[in-house]
Design a protein around this ligand. Structure first.
Ligand code: PMP
Length: 370
């Protein structure tokens, strides 16, 4: 006789879709599909970690038996000087996704309305849903850009909007709002709406005329906000897991501290993050090479007849005009891992991270054969 165990999970958790993190390069390699597998599915830095980061933590491996600094004191000092914000405004996380989760835990309750883009980074919706919030989407149109009028209309329909989440640049598209439209978006939100600008890819876009630094803009606004950034992408530390949020003030930051786990950023991650902040040339080289390669690959794919959304990040969102999962599996057989977008309306798009020059050539060859 089988007995059914009662299900203790909250209904919001039962309804959550799993986050499709995909397989790691090691897992894909172990399947022996190809002798030279490359992972262009998760927007990592193909140049690897900077030598400064490696040196920083190699010398400190013997401290692994000690807890990390739960306040990330030295890292906070480096970052507050670089960003010109108070230390008390910064909250670190086990990746910026951890900060996203803290934001939802601290500020969202059952039924709160949260506005997000479609398509966007899946965790924007997943973490809001986890809290029982109502996730409202602003769908992109066929030009794959952020359209200010669509956002203004959506905001106008919901005067009780609790939170707005916007990736700047967008993931998976790579688009942005210019300064004027970002300001219009902020002005349109009720004063008590928490504005969350997720800038995981901002380093690639800094200095571009289309890009507006969300932190610089929000710093001048007397309203609740969070700007999220990460060491996972341009800084090349995805495996160490360290990201942060800059909050509008110390009080908002304090609410995040109350819901985070106390030692959420490990020792090696803190050391490596300090090292990369102190050695900015590696970041500059990464960004220069990646942006150059992105523009080359985008132009070549466009020449082949693909629609490639303009991107200011380290990836391209490409219309493959056939089921994206099929294309991803064809490329996997050729040793190239990419991310098929599976969401309705966008399931003929794939997202391809920019790799090393020879890796991007392999991508181009594979697309020629599709
Ligand atoms: N925000 C966006 C828009 C992302 O694409 C990602 C990672 N894919 C994250 C946040 C989280 O990155 P991490 O947790 O590695 O900092």
């Amino acid at each position: 006789m089988t007995t059914t165990m009662p299900n203790p999970a909250r209904k919001e958790v039962i309804a959550l879709p799993p986050y499709g993190a995909g397989q790691t390069l090691e897992q894909a390699t172990a399947r022996n599909l190809h002798p030279n597998m490359i992972n262009l599915s998760v927007n990592e830095n193909p140049l690897g970690p900077s030598p400064a980061a490696l040196n920083a933590f190699k010398t400190q491996l013997h401290t692994a038996s000690c807890y990390p600094d739960s306040q990330c004191t030295e890292l906070s000092e480096c970052l507050s000087a670089k960003l010109n914000v108070a230390k008390a405004q910064i909250v670190f996380g086990n990746g910026s996704e951890d900060v996203l989760s803290m934001l939802c835990k601290a500020f969202l309750s059952q039924g709160d309305k949260v506005l997000v883009a479609k398509p966007t980074f899946a965790l924007h919706g997943i973490y809001a849903n986890m809290m029982g919030a109502k996730v409202l989407e602003v769908p992109m149109q066929s030009d794959l850009s952020y359209r200010i009028d669509d956002w203004l209309d959506a905001i106008a329909c919901h005067p009780d909007l609790k939170m707005l989440m916007l990736a700047n640049p967008s993931n998976p598209v790579g688009c942005t709002f210019d300064a004027n439209n970002l300001q219009r978006l902020i002005d349109a939100c009720p004063l008590n709406t928490i504005i969350v600008i997720d800038e995981a890819y901002c380093e690639y876009a800094q200095g571009h005329k289309q890009f507006t630094d969300g932190l610089a803009l929000l710093q001048t606004q007397p309203r609740p906000y969070a700007v999220l950034r990460t060491f996972s992408k341009a800084y090349g530390l995805a495996g160490l897991r360290v990201g942060y949020g800059v909050m509008a003030n110390a009080q908002l930051a304090d609410y995040l501290h109350r819901v985070r786990t106390p030692y959420n950023v490990n020792r090696l991650a803190q050391l490596a993050a300090i090292a990369v902040l102190q050695n900015p040339s590696y970041l500059a080289d990464t960004v220069t090479q990646t942006n150059r390669e992105r523009e080359k690959l985008s132009a070549s794919l466009t020449e082949l007849g693909y629609f490639v959304a303009p991107s200011l990040a380290n990836f391209l969102f490409i219309d493959v005009k056939q089921p994206s999962a099929h294309v991803a599996s064809l490329l996997l057989q050729q040793g190239i891992m990419i991310k098929p977008w599976l969401e309705s309306g966008f399931d003929h798009f794939v997202r391809v991270s920019i790799g090393l020059p020879e890796q991007n050539l392999r991508v181009l060859e594979a697309f020629k054969q599709l």
